[in-house]
Design a protein around this ligand. Structure first.
Ligand code: ATP
Ligand code: MG
Length: 496
């Protein structure tokens, strides 16, 4: 049983393409986001470095305590600074704040080292810091001494601006890439279908090729994998056809070899049977004769089958007026039907000319009417109609009976070699047959470019429809051999 999760090649390809689009999308998105973030941080660090150098110079020119005019100016400067939340803090050697801007965070970042070249990261803050020597203003006692106060200058900013810009970037990325993610499966199915188009075309072409024909698959000439596959299929077709031909020849030769001894046996048994008085031995001889007749029928049918299938016999075609063929034999079938107490009606007013082997056509008519007679109980009706469909350029032979019918289960098997239906039949009452008749009919009809359809209901009856393309009326297309030369011209058997 096919597991439910097993996907077709189209959907497997689509799945791989979808995953590829998704993974590539995620990867590209992640790379873009990371690069953009790194760029923003780098720019922020450059700005921070410039501000640090600036403030370092300013502060070293000032004296402690700083004047309120100065500190207000500094506060204004950091408040309007494009680097969001820039702050300045000056601490003494014991970590006590000497001065800090109003923008400074309430929890100060811990100082780790004072290397001015490095931007240090403390949680959400990025800061630069360095030791500075601050001058104290002259003392009131008039001494000239200006003590230096050691301290640390910190200039920093929070990551808030970078984070906000990245969040905006994320929003833009999602709105741009999101539809691509959602549409990826549809895109993938379309792409997979397009990729598999040559394979689909090859499948359709291969399906349309009849084994019986000489047709081969057209190669694209692209010298790609599909071309190689077509070539492989073509060589397989050639091998299968030659094998089939060998088998058909073998059957035909064997059947041919059997005909002569069989004819000799029959004529000898007939002679002996004529000389023996009625009794047990005579009955036995009649049974032998009956079996021989059955064998003869089988041999003839095998020959006809191989003929119908072999290409060389397709040359034995000519324009045949199908309606005339039926008209000629209708008397014979009427007599046969009335002997069985059956009503048979013929409707063949349309002139239907088809291109076929006339002997083969005779077999088609014979086997179908013979079947209808065999499988219709006494009192039943058989309708034989031949219609011409000028629109579709088809001739349709329809044989409908009110017989025992065929079961739904057996119907698809009808037409297979040697298949005989047993459903709904009393084996002791079932007329004897080979089970080859409909198979031969089908082969003949298909060889002539037509088709056979059967509809049936058990206990209700059967309808067999044979469609054949109508030929342009006129002279014979091709009649390389006379119909008399054909094996099939053996007198056709009536039903047993
Ligand atoms: P043969 O044609 O060699 O005498 P056959 O008639 O049994 O033998 P087919 O003509 O191939 O062989 O028919 C195959 C089977 O299809 C028959 O055995 C019969 O079961 C069924 N069948 C065919 N035609 C009819 C019909 N008109 N009504 C009911 N069953 C039918
Ligand atoms: Mg038959």
């Amino acid at each position: 049983m096919k597991p439910y999760w097993r996907l077709t090649l189209r959907y497997r390809t689509a799945l791989i393409i979808t995953l590829f689009i998704w993974i590539t999308g995620l990867l590209v998105g992640w790379i873009c986001r990371s690069s953009f973030q790194a760029l923003l941080l780098r720019q922020s660090d450059i700005d921070l470095t410039e501000d640090f150098d600036d403030f370092q110079q300013i502060i070293q020119q000032e004296e402690l305590p700083f004047s309120s005019v100065k500190t207000e100016a500094w506060n204004r400067r950091v408040a309007i600074h494009p680097l969001h939340r820039l702050f300045i803090r000056i601490v003494d050697s014991e970590g006590k704040v000497i001065w800090e801007s109003i923008t400074a965070p309430s929890i100060p970042p811990t100082s780790a080292n004072v290397d001015p070249q490095v931007v240090q990261v403390f949680g959400e803050y990025r800061i630069m810091q360095q030791s500075v020597e601050l001058q104290r203003s002259p003392t009131d006692d008039g001494s000239e001494e200006r003590p230096m106060v050691p301290g640390i200058l910190q200039v920093g900013c929070s990551d808030y601006l970078v984070d906000m810009t990245i969040a905006q970037f994320d929003g833009w990325l999602i709105s741009a890439v999101g539809p691509l993610f959602l549409g990826a499966p549809i895109l993938a199915i379309l792409l997979a279908s397009w990729l598999l188009t040559p394979l689909t075309q090859l499948t359709e072409t291969t399906q349309s090729i009849a084994i019986a024909s000489e047709q081969l698959i057209d190669r694209s000439g692209n010298r790609d994998e599909i071309d190689a596959l077509a070539e492989t299929l073509n060589s397989l077709l050639v091998k299968v056809r030659s094998q089939l031909r060998e088998n058909e020849d073998w059957i035909a030769n064997s059947a041919h070899q059997l005909r002569a001894p069989l004819a000799a046996i029959i004529s000898n048994v007939e002679v002996v049977a004529g000389r023996i008085p009625d009794g047990k031995s005579s009955d036995m001889l009649q049974r032998v004769l009956s079996e021989c007749e059955y064998l003869k029928k089988l041999v003839n049918q095998l020959l006809l089958l191989s003929e119908a299938k072999a290409d060389r016999h397709q040359l034995v075609r000519q324009e045949v007026a199908w309606n005339e063929l039926i008209a000629k034999s209708s008397d014979f079938y009427e007599a046969l039907a009335s002997a069985r107490d059956l009503h048979i009606r013929f409707r063949h007013n349309d002139r239907c000319v088809v291109s076929a082997n006339p002997e083969h056509l005779r077999f088609v008519i014979h086997n179908l009417i013979d079947n209808a007679i065999k499988y219709t109980p006494t009192g039943g009706t058989i309708d034989v109609s031949l219609l011409r469909d000028d629109i579709n350029k088809q001739s349709k032979l329809i044989i409908r009976d009110t017989g025992i019918g065929i079961s739904e289960e057996d119907l698809p098997k009808i037409g297979r070699r040697f298949f005989r239906s047993n459903s709904g039949r009393d084996p002791s009452q079932t007329p004897r047959g080979t089970g080859l008749g409909l198979h031969i009919v089908q082969s003949i009809v298909e060889a002539a470019g037509g088709k056979m359809e059967i509809a049936s209901m058990l206990g209700q009856g059967t309808e067999v429809r044979i469609s054949l393309p109508t030929a342009a009326t006129g002279s014979a297309i091709e009649a390389s051999r006379s119909a008399d030369d054909i094996h099939a011209s053996e007198p056709l058997e009536s039903s047993r």
